[in-house]
Design a protein around this ligand. Structure first.
Ligand SMILES: [Zn+2]
Length: 409
């Protein structure tokens, strides 16, 4: 596949009129901050200007609290050998965050392991002890796709715990948003079964933990991994407190996630599936976010947004055949960041799910942090797919609007 315009720097939000690089924007800020701070009636005088606020011509001071990064080298110790889900993914991301200077702009957060009680908020006690004893016996295959080494129970507990650390830090207001760079991923794991490279369902435990500990009644989980998060859907299918929204290639692994799967009982309507035809890309994803997720989230009024961020819908990821670009991911994260700002005081926690092209995951995670830090531009070194999009989208999105009562009378 060919990409167009490699190496471009792409404006991402409404401050895109500035053509400055980050460094020149920041140097401009220093002078402007002095000027504005001296004006007692000015915007900045109403509160302390934080170190990463910046001045955008025509928009004034843009507030930007540092985003949190949850990471620990323990995540490299889930040894899967030559499996596509391996430690080289996280190693590539971290070294890119360091080399690009992104890491130094973040608040670094150390994860703790989740307790057995916390794992059991989602998982059956027999399943948790089965995983533990399998590790103690040296590891092996938990399902045809999911392998464990002797350290994998501990690392999987830290993966869940990384999300819990992110939720705690965001809900206590120490950072506005956080991205947990953990592995193994989680969204396929059901209450009693490992599936699709996932051992424990990190994001599902985090949602239960948030509701149990932070006096909130509703949370949204948005999942843009190319695979359907069957485990997350199953855990919350009858639960009206969690809105689960997923975009995913369909038909595809794991086979679930058609648009008529909408929840059951009291949870009817709180599962929202947007299956994607192979070959669709940025335009279709962004329309699904803006025309389906945004109005449903406004109706639901979440107090926290959790995100299963999988970068395997990228056109250069060979595990699937969607055509999303780094810019497309950044646009989706911008929608989520703006929804969090509008609906839940900015409370936004992301976790890494899939994404198997090392350059893609590294660049996409950097772009995500740039969006969270409200940088006006993101870097897309791979550019957009030049493949033509197959049709059928208009009828498809209209049916999903109808299913979720979004059509105007
Ligand atoms: Zn995936």
């Amino acid at each position: 596949m060919q990409s167009s315009k490699p190496g471009t720097t792409i404006p991402i939000n409404n401050v895109s009129s500035t053509k400055s690089s980050h460094s020149s924007v920041f140097s401009l800020v220093k002078e402007k901050q002095k000027e504005i701070l001296s004006d007692k009636g000015g915007v900045a005088a109403r509160g302390k200007v934080k170190s990463y606020d910046y001045f955008a011509p025509g928009f004034g001071i843009i507030r930007s609290m540092k985003a949190g990064l949850v990471y620990d080298p323990v995540y490299l110790e889930h040894d899967t050998g030559s499996h596509p889900e391996n430690s080289r993914r996280l190693a590539a991301i971290i070294s890119h965050l360091e080399e690009s200077g992104t890491k130094e702009r973040l608040t670094l957060l150390s994860p703790r392991p989740a307790s057995v009680e916390e794992l059991e908020m989602v998982h059956a006690p027999e399943y948790v002890s089965q995983v533990k004893s399998k590790a103690e016996k040296g590891g092996g295959w938990l399902d045809p796709d999911t392998i464990m080494c002797p350290k994998s129970y501990e690392v999987a507990s830290y993966a869940v715990g990384g999300l819990l650390t992110a939720v705690e830090t965001v809900m206590k207001g120490k950072v506005s948003s956080a991205f947990a760079l953990v592995r193994p991923p989680g969204h396929h794991a059901t209450s009693n079964r490992a599936m699709g490279f996932c051992i424990f369902n990190n994001v599902a435990v985090a949602a239960k933990f948030a509701l149990a500990n932070f006096n909130i009644a509703r949370a949204l989980i948005a999942d843009f991994d190319v695979h359907h998060g069957n485990g997350t859907q199953e855990v919350f299918y009858a639960n009206p407190e969690i809105l689960y929204f997923s975009t995913h290639q369909y038909p595809f692994y794991p086979g679930t996630g058609w648009s008529n799967e909408t929840g059951s009982g009291e949870g009817e309507g709180t599962t929202v599936n947007f299956p994607m035809t192979a070959g669709w890309g940025d335009i279709e994803y962004l329309r699904a976010f803006n025309e389906i997720l945004v109005p449903i989230a406004r109706r639901f009024q979440p107090q926290l947004i959790l995100v299963s961020a999988g970068f395997d819908p990228h056109w250069a990821d060979s595990i699937a055949t969607m055509q999303v670009s780094i810019t497309g991911f950044a646009q989706m994260v911008t929608v989520l960041r703006n929804l969090a700002a509008e609906l839940c005081q900015g409370h936004l926690v992301l976790t890494l799910e899939g994404g198997y092209n090392l350059q893609v995951v590294a660049s996409a995670v950097r772009a995500t942090f740039d969006v969270l830090s409200e940088c006006p531009e993101v870097v897309d070194p791979l550019g957009k797919s030049s493949n033509e999009s197959p049709g059928g989208f208009e009828e498809h999105i209209e049916k999903i609007k109808e299913t979720h009562h979004l059509l105007k009378p």
